[in-house]
Design a protein around this ligand. Structure first.
Ligand code: PT1
Length: 283
């Protein structure tokens, strides 16, 4: 069976990401709730160590996020987001892998790009005023994610007619807007936004029909790692969801995902190696 996606290169700042194998994006969380709470310098140092460990474990790229977008998360002020992000960006300059920055604020995008970010990963898909302009003049990659509502309230009553069609139509609309603004398709990645304004059934349908969520063969990024949809299926707590995360990662690969956004890089690499070996087998 042919793989359900086209092979195309992704332009990602000074990196040209090869289309010949799926990539692992290691999550680097810069939000204070992920640390012990002993101040900015200590949490920056901890994040830098974690970023280096993610690279050592085989991450092809990193995703730095200084504002939580989990269900119920309260927005982070701009200056706080910048204070968390910039010291870590500076320390990781020249680390050898592309750095993605998970933000929806145009000011943070500009600062991150000036500090060398190769990708902007935006849960609002560049819908904030000024976001398109912040990335248009650069050569970074952009991840456009689908979200219904906003993090604080998105899980209160998610509702769709056909979730797969609605996610695809939304992403197609955003691609059209970006292309009209002069952002080349070779820079765009699409993400159905697992857990962002979706019930368990919505999330499962998106994973099952993942190839139908993209447009024009654009690469898909899937963020499933440790999410509550996996808790919904297995009844496991967040720190017990690695096996479920790996199963979901392999399903996403089968559905054509080109980038896996994960906490557990080494384990995901093994899952990816098995998937690739089987996918490339000959009879
Ligand atoms: C994601 C993603 C992201 N997820 C992209 N960026 C998060 N492109 C942050 C839960 O249900 O999937 N794609 N940035 C993390 N957000 C969540 C959402 C974490 C839901 C957990 C859940 O548990």
């Amino acid at each position: 069976m042919a793989l359900p996606f086209l092979f195309m290169k992704l332009r990602c700042g000074k990196f040209d990401l090869s289309p010949d194998r799926p990539l692992i994006m290691g999550i680097v969380n810069l939000t204070p709730d992920s640390f012990s709470g002993d101040g900015l310098a200590a949490s920056s140092a901890h994040a830098i160590d974690h970023a280096r460990a993610q690279i050592a474990a085989g991450a092809d790229m990193l995703d730095l996020g200084a504002e939580s977008s989990r269900p119920g998360a309260i927005p982070t002020p701009l200056d706080e987001e910048l204070n968390r992000l910039l010291p870590v960006m500076e320390a990781l300059a020249g680390c050898g892998v592309p750095i993605s920055v998970d933000t929806y604020k145009p000011e943070v995008m500009r600062a991150a790009l000036a500090a060398g970010a190769a990708m902007i990963n935006d849960i609002y898909a560049l819908r904030m005023p000024g976001a398109i302009e912040a990335v248009a003049e650069t050569d970074c990659a952009v991840c456009l994610m689908h979200m219904q509502g906003e993090p604080l309230t998105m899980q209160q009553a998610p509702a769709y007619g056909d979730v797969v069609v609605e996610v695809r139509d939304f992403l197609a609309g955003r691609v059209a807007v970006l292309e009209a603004a002069g952002i080349a398709r070779e820079r765009i990645v699409l993400d159905p936004g697992f857990g962002f304004g979706k019930t368990l059934e919505h999330n499962l349908a998106l994973l099952r029909y993942l190839p139908e969520t993209t447009v024009g063969g654009l690469p898909i990024l899937a963020g499933l790692s440790r999410k509550s949809m996996l808790g919904g299926v297995t009844s496991r707590s967040v720190d017990e969801r690695l096996p479920a995360s790996l199963a979901a990662a392999v399903m996403a690969l089968e559905g054509g995902a080109r980038i896996l956004r994960v906490h557990d890089v080494a384990a995901t690499r093994d899952a990816l190696a098995v998937w690739s070996a089987v996918r490339n087998a000959v009879k």
